[in-house]
Design a protein around this ligand. Structure first.
Ligand code: FES
Length: 166
């Protein structure tokens, strides 16, 4: 990783934006990367803006690396004021734009953020229905990955991304 990127990531981590759960979120998306074991959850709240349903705020929590946290911090700022469709049209490089180009081994960190965005916004873009976290009953018999991978009645689903190519 080059020194400029390291500096920008350090700056983003020193003052990360939009960290934490959002109790009244309209939509929630969670993704995990089976390759590196990182996870990221994103909460989104919408508001009406002159007849358009736009993103009022987005927050995140991450068990991810520093790059994923820096990208999530930037992405949650970037999507404010956009409709779900507009936010979904953003590419991985748009989300990490403030950091500059990421080295190949760090691109999947930004893809983790993009995956969480898709997980949160695709249901919202489809039917505008609020989603809520539903706990998986301990007695369901499914293992953790199985239970997390199944779509819940709330519309929340954890998507496991394929391991990054080396
Ligand atoms: Fe896997 Fe960054 S190293 S998300």
């Amino acid at each position: 990783m080059n020194a400029d990127l390291e500096k920008k990531i350090r700056e983003a981590l020193a003052n990360p934006k939009n960290v934490g759960e959002m109790a009244d979120a309209d939509s929630i998306g969670t993704v995990g990367n089976a390759g590196c074991g990182e996870m990221l959850r994103l909460w989104v709240k919408f508001k009406d803006d002159k007849g358009r349903r736009v993103i009022d705020k987005a927050t995140f929590q991450s068990f991810g690396c520093e790059t994923a946290i820096a990208v999530a911090s930037m992405a949650t700022e970037l999507i404010k004021g956009k409709t779900a469709e507009e936010a979904l049209a953003l590419k991985t490089e748009d989300l990490s734009g403030g950091l500059g180009p990421l080295p190949p081994m760090k691109i999947h960190c930004a893809e983790l953020v993009e995956g969480a965005l898709r997980s949160a916004l695709e249901p919202a873009a489809k039917d505008c229905q609020p989603a809520a976290v539903v706990a998986t009953p301990a007695s369901s018999g499914a293992n953790l990955i199985d239970s997390l991978s199944q779509e819940k009645k709330s519309g929340m689903k954890i998507n496991f991304l394929p391991p990054a190519k080396k």
